[in-house]
Design a protein around this ligand. Structure first.
Ligand code: ADP
Ligand code: MG
Ligand code: MG
Length: 895
């Protein structure tokens, strides 16, 4: 047809850019021979032109006239005719569905004359007036911008006057009266008469739909969903069919499978004698499809056939909008339907078993984010609950525990075997112990990247943040919300998936998927008992994960610092440890020793402390290497800034000052204060840390290298197969690495000779500074492997402080569209990603066999994994519970 118009018989489902989702699918259904009312689509191209110039393209008027003529000839009626009027709907439809952007206008073509024609032609006067009042209502609201409540109130008044509760109780006369009132509302609300000319109605509706692309609400929605601004919307003009033509007519929506559980079968709602939005708006109670079948077996049979046809054609779950006019079925819309995470996994496997899709395609139908959702326990929605407030869901899961208001209480109560939920205004690093001890964390302040949120997500602990309705009084050990006070020890329940906070106990159902991941398929199926939905879900997850494992190129390693973490990681499918942090091994009672190393005034004192640390650290490594036998285990030398191992300067200064005033000053504290003061840095994250520390504090790295070497030697002698690797953090220059390397090689040689074993322990660099990425070609001369530390690399590339960024300006940046995701959650492909690509290319140019991985938070982020795959990395490393997600995403990236 013309430039801007496609007849439904001309398009197809692959033309969504041009026809929008609705138009493309209407064309597809038309081509399949399904009963779609005839019509045509005005392309997004016309919308783009309108948005640029502010007026409808001149050719469009002519094209609409021609298309309309053709439609009129095809159905044998004229738009707005006195006798047998053709009526049309005008429906928006962009490439991506945008709820709440623009509504549809039905019954275009009705006016004071054609309403009579419609009444005669249908022999149903009530129907004709009902259709006319709907037109004025929808047109007034969506095209003329009049407050919809004015119409709704008038409708309510008419119902009250007639003494009926539903609009179907209104008579033709009532509705005719209502049309008069609606016209008055239009006149008073817009300063003009309701347009009587059908073509004017049509043109105004088309322009209004184009305009609606740029409403504030539509822009905001697009920014949030990352839908491009310049797509525009299509407009569909479609012959009206009538579900409001009495008892043998109706309208409904349905799904070809259950979108919430994935169970095979048909699901939907039907409403007799109704039109358009009536079904979803909840104005009357709907019937089930089973009721519909009983009511009209023929139409139902046709619908079932159409559903089957669509499913085999789209090879996926479809949702459908349909209407029955005097017993005849009409298909008004279809699309591939949204579904829950559980349904996604089950449906993907069902479709494979029905030979509709391949296993590779099935992987494309599920996502790591969905698997993540399935791994958290859930509250039983059927149990009774008292909602206190709803806030930001920061880390999923369902946690029930006694409210506690400080970390020491959390730790003490947990040690007694109690489940506790830590409630704080906000958390800080001192709360770490309490957070670990708690089943859930709830804060009244902070956003999705606040300390509480980030740490809880990392630990897999359920967390809700920013619950501003809570007034948390830690000193009084209570919080109040909506006039209710919850004291220490009272039970609360938090849902980290929905952000809901409940009072008291709520029954929890554990995640069967985690049981499968930890204990295997048989155990999980056995535990499901006769719950076939659960058994089927774990079987589906198993088959998809197994396929991802065969499909992927990327290996998946875990970040694990203890033998227990290592064991868990391995059971969840980790193929190695990509990051074993050693600094945690210096905390607790060992902290005094490291303090002594740092503050030593002579070599002997320092060496004594180092000697005391050696056996402790060696034992840690032996444990981990035992768990990780045969698999690569990358151990990172000490990284964090020194002050993390020393007492807090301010607290110590106060202590010393108070002791001085009391005349009881402690010379140790005074010396310590001086030392801590000397080491204070304005910007510790850019200060003395990582490799710098190793080069400045004599003996520290040597101790760690020796501990690794001796642990490997011991494992070898015990008949093990250890694969330790040593990773040097925060390298900026190849010279740093050469210095560390020379020293390390000497130690490895010495231990090897003394113990009489061959030690093969590769030494590599973390690439986490822009300079390291840019000089990767040189660094690769001294590095046997690279591992990207994308957290620090994001921080140093953007110049954002990881620890301050949230409160300072991230929310503002999200609101104004500078950032859509936090670059700390999902890799910034353009900036940080470019450094990754450069480092890979330059590193491998120097050393083609260079192994390259990533061990930052991004290693477990679904969106980032696809990028790392494309960038040619060998593995991603993430926290143990993210390993299955990474396995799935790595598989998806390679099919
Ligand atoms: P949305 O995108 O909000 O779902 P639609 O364009 O699908 O809006 O229109 C909403 C409803 O209006 C449809 O589900 C259908 O019931 C009804 N409708 C639209 N066009 C027609 C038509 N030509 N005949 C009968 N009903 C229609
Ligand atoms: Mg619709
Ligand atoms: Mg780092």
């Amino acid at each position: 047809m013309g430039n801007y118009i496609y007849d439904f018989s001309e398009g197809n489902k692959d033309l969504k850019d041009l026809l929008g989702g609705k138009g493309a699918n209407l064309a597809e259904m038309t081509n399949l021979g399904l009963p779609v009312p005839p019509g045509f689509t005005i392309t997004t191209q016309a919308c783009r032109s309108y948005l640029k110039t502010g007026e409808l393209p001149p050719e469009l008027r002519v094209e609409v006239t021609m298309a309309l003529r053709r439609l009129e000839d095809a159905v044998g009626r004229r738009l707005g005719d006195f006798h047998e009027p053709l009526l049309v709907s005008v429906r928006s439809g962009a490439k991506f569905s945008m709820p709440g952007m623009m509504e549809t206008v039905l019954n275009i073509g009705l006016n004071d004359a054609s309403v009579q024609g419609l009444a005669e032609f249908s022999s149903d006067e009530r129907f004709a007036w009902d259709s006319y009042r709907r037109l004025i209502q929808m047109f007034g609201k969506t095209v003329l911008g009049i407050d919809g409540d004015l119409f709704a109130d008038a409708l309510d008044k008419a119902k009250a006057a007639r003494g009926v509760s539903s609009d179907v109780g209104l008579t033709a006369t009532d509705l005719e009266g209502l049309v008069g009132e609606f016209k008055t509302i239009v006149r008073e609300g817009s300063g003009r008469e309701f347009p009587q000319h059908p073509r004017e109605q049509l043109d105004l509706a088309i322009a209004a739909i184009f305009e609606s692309w740029n409403t504030d609400r539509a822009r905001l929605y697009r920014r949030r969903e990352r839908i491009p601004e310049d797509l525009g919307t299509a407009v569909n003009i479609m012959t009206m069919v009538f579900g409001n033509l009495g008892e043998t007519s109706g309208t409904g929506v349905c799904f070809t499978r259950d979108p919430s559980t994935g169970v095979v079968g048909v699901y939907g709602d039907y409403l007799v004698n109704a039109q358009g939005e009536d079904v979803v708006s909840g104005i009357r109670n709907t019937l089930s499809l089973q009721d519909f079948e009983a009511l009209d077996p023929t139409a139902y049979g046709e619908l079932r056939q159409a559903m089957r046809r669509l499913e085999t054609h789209y090879r996926d779950l479809c949702d459908i909008e349909f209407t029955v006019e005097r017993g005849k079925l009409w298909m008004l819309q279809t699309r591939v339907g949204k579904r829950t995470a559980a349904a996604a996994f089950r449906i993907a496997i069902q479709l494979v078993d029905e030979h509709l899709i391949t296993m590779d395609e099935a992987l494309g139908r599920v996502s790591g984010a969905q698997l993540d959702k399935l791994m958290f326990p859930q509250f039983d929605a059927r149990s009774e609950r008292v909602l206190l407030t709803t806030a930001m869901a920061a880390s999923p899961g369902a946690a029930v525990g006694m409210a506690v208001f400080d970390s020491p209480t959390a730790v003490a109560w947990a040690a007694e075997g109690k489940d506790v939920v830590l409630v704080r205004r906000e958390t800080n690093p001192d709360d770490l112990g309490g957070m670990i001890a708690s089943v859930g964390v709830l804060t009244s302040r902070g956003g999705k990247t606040s300390h509480a949120a980030v740490v809880a997500r990392g630990m897999g602990t359920t967390c809700i943040v920013g619950a501003e309705a809570l007034d948390v009084d830690a000193a009084a050990r209570q919080f109040t919300v909506g006039g209710r006070t919850v004291r220490e020890g009272e039970l609360i329940a938090i849902d980290g998936g929905s952000g809901e906070v409940f009072l008291g106990d709520v029954a929890v159902v554990p995640s069967p998927v985690v049981r499968y991941l930890e204990d295997g398929l048989d155990a999980a199926v056995a535990a499901a008992g006769d719950d076939e939905d659960v058994a089927d879900l774990v079987r589906s997850v198993h088959r998809l994960l197994a396929h991802a494992d065969t499909a992927r190129r990327l290996h998946v390693h875990a970040n694990a610092d203890t033998a227990a973490d290592a064991r868990r990681a391995r059971s969840l499918g980790a193929q190695g440890i990509g990051l074993c942090r050693t600094e945690h091994m210096f905390l607790g009672e060992r902290r005094v020793l490291i303090e002594r190393v740092i503050l030593a005034t002579d070599d002997a004192e320092r060496q004594a402390a180092l000697d005391a640390l050696l056996p402790l650290q060696r034992a840690d490594f032996v444990d981990i290497l035992t768990e990780m036998d045969t698999l690569p285990t990358t151990i990172r030398l000490i990284d964090p800034p020194l002050h993390e191992f020393l007492p807090d300067y301010t607290e110590l200064a106060v202590k010393v000052a108070l002791a001085g005033v009391a005349g009881e000053s402690d010379p140790h504290d005074v010396a310590l204060l001086a030392a801590v003061g000397r080491m204070r840095e304005a910007n510790p994250m850019l200060g003395l840390r990582g490799v710098r520390l190793g080069l400045v504090i004599p003996g520290l790295f040597a101790l760690q290298v020796r501990a690794v070497a001796e642990a490997v030697a011991q494992r070898l002698k015990d008949g093990g197969d250890p694969h330790a690797e040593i990773m040097v953090p925060l390298v900026a220059s190849v010279m740093e690495l050469h210095l560390v390397r020379d020293q390390a090689e000497a130690i490895l040689a010495e231990v090897s000779e003394r113990e009489g074993v061959t030690l093969t322990i590769p030494i590599g660099a973390m690439i986490e500074l822009p300079r390291a990425a840019l000089t990767a070609g040189r660094i690769a001369e001294a590095a046997e492997f690279f591992s990207f530390g994308t957290n620090d690399m994001t921080q140093t590339t953007w110049g954002f402080s990881r620890d301050d960024v949230e409160g300072a300006f991230f929310s503002e940046y999200a609101a104004n569209g500078v950032l859509s995701d936090s670059p700390f959650d999902t890799i910034d492909v353009r900036g940080v990603g470019e450094l990754v690509r450069i480092a890979v290319e330059r590193g491998r140019a120097t050393r083609p066999e260079l192994t390259i991985g990533v061990c930052g938070e991004h290693g477990g982020d679904p969106d980032s994994i696809a990028f790392f795959h494309a960038a040619g990395l060998d593995y991603v490393s993430c926290s143990p519970y993210r390993v299955p997600v990474a396995r799935l995403e790595a598989g998806r990236a390679n099919v």
